[in-house]
Design a binder for this molecule. Structure first.
Ligand code: F0G
Length: 424
């Protein structure tokens, strides 16, 4: 199922674009909970929830910052590079923008239980919104394959958390069976309410850019709900004359979890061959993406590209984003790694404006970060795409391992002086 809004197929837009823009802006100063949400502020483009005071569950999601990335811009030779940081949402990932809408729909439908299969962020978000809305939540996650940060969130928010001895795709299969037998409300991104909520990241982005679209938007691709949502928003905004041209939406996958990349490159998007996925960017360790057809449509409609990146490229890009003082989780860093490739092959030009969508906060997966800086990220991993030593060595210059010193001033001063000498 997908939402299609009334009036958009006729010649005359159903809304006056200038009036909408000023209404949305005005809501930023409101004291009303719905107006303070960076999702419900744009409710004219969202499904209607009856009795919002009773049913809308909001944690004031959205309202995420748009940051310049000066060092990364220099490194990739793109003058105008920004990151829209969706990790700055209440549960620290972009999932909250869709979850507020879908959880509200579950509440309106008087469901007692909501459920999802997840690589960790959807489950953290769902558990929080279910708790706020007084609903029970059932989480199916792959045992041992999600980060502690994400697992700890769903425990704290009170979800019934089941670690299944399978991967994400196996969890989805079981969940799909379960919802046929039990009255639980499915909150995976095939839920159209989630897609609608996630559209607002693109709307808010355009507002932050004074409705002047960038040339490129780059997103990570896992289950492909987010790229579908952002693409849908772009197409709708153009239809409504909120923007006058479309940015190209490009989707980046990890090499070890690249079924969509292969679908487009090898089969021209005619079919998708599921695979057993393997990448240290655990959020996007997905081999059978549910929304690949929708993502293909928006990729083609906006003229975007699809790329894949290696494990070392992901780790290096994450450290580079971190060095700009921003930080993100590994899955988000595929955007910068992908941009480097798209610059090299000429798809993105130096003078073009680029926005990376950072999907999760750095603190979601500190284990990855510490291992990278200590230099043992790739040691003994079962990742199918285990990098060779030469490739790993290329990222060495980004590693900043912690130093253990004796507790005396002289040792600290000597270290400071050495660091200053090195940076000259
Ligand atoms: N980035 C992060 C941090 C994610 O958690 C996900 C997906 C993606 C990117 C990919 O987005 O699936 O819409 O293409 N995480 C899901 C989860 C699958 O269960 O948390 P997508």
């Amino acid at each position: 199922m997908e939402f299609f809004f009334p009036g958009w197929t006729s010649d005359a837009p159903a809304f006056d674009p200038a009036a909408l823009k000023s209404l949305w802006l005005k809501r930023r100063t409101s004291l009303d909970a719905l107006d303070q949400s960076g999702v419900w502020r744009f409710r004219e483009l969202l499904p209607h929830i009856a009795n919002p005071e009773e049913h809308v569950i909001t944690l004031r999601e959205g309202n995420t910052p748009l940051y310049r990335l000066p060092r990364c811009a220099c490194a990739v030779d793109v003058e105008n590079l920004h990151a829209k940081h969706q990790g700055m949402n209440p549960t620290a990932s972009f999932k909250d923008t869709g979850m507020t809408v879908a959880a509200s729909s579950a509440h309106q439908g008087k469901f007692r239980w909501v459920a999802c299969a997840s690589t960790g962020n959807t489950s953290a978000s769902m558990a929080a919104y279910a708790a706020r809305g007084n609903m029970r939540s059932l989480v199916l996650i792959p045992d041992g394959k999600i980060s502690w940060g994400k697992l700890s969130q769903s425990l704290d928010y009170g979800a019934l958390t089941c670690q299944l001895r399978t991967d994400f795709d196996g969890c989805v299969r079981i969940l799909n069976e379960l919802v046929r037998q039990k009255p639980v409300y499915l909150l995976n991104s095939v839920n159209p309410y989630r897609i609608e909520g996630q559209k607002t990241a693109a709307i808010e982005l355009m507002e932050q850019l004074a409705w002047e679209p960038p040339d490129h938007i780059i997103v990570p691709g896992g289950n492909l709900g987010n790229s579908s949502a952002i693409g849908k928003a772009l197409l709708e905004m153009r239809e409504l004359k909120l923007i006058s041209r479309l940015p190209k939406l490009s989707i980046i996958q990890a090499h070890g979890a690249n079924p969509f990349y292969r679908s487009v490159r090898e089969f021209g998007g005619k079919k998708l061959e599921p695979m057993t996925a393997d990448t240290l960017a655990s959020a996007i360790r997905i081999g059978n993406p549910a929304s690949w057809k929708k993502a293909l449509r928006v990729l083609q409609a906006t003229g975007g590209e699809v790329e894949e990146v290696s494990e070392v490229e992901i780790a290096a890009a994450k450290a580079e984003i971190g060095a700009d003082g921003i930080g993100c989780e590994p899955a988000s860093a595929v955007t910068l790694a992908g941009l480097k490739k798209l610059r090299r092959n000429g798809f993105v030009k130096s003078g073009e404006a680029v926005v990376l969508i950072l999907t999760g906060h750095a603190l979601k997966d500190p284990d990855f970060t510490i291992k990278f800086h200590r230099g043992d990220l790739f040691a003994g991993t079962s990742v199918a795409a285990t990098p060779d030593d030469a490739e790993v060595a290329q990222a060495k210059y980004l590693q900043r391992a912690p130093l253990v010193l004796d507790a005396n001033l002289g040792a600290v001063i000597a270290t400071l002086d050495a660091a200053e000498g090195n940076s000259k």
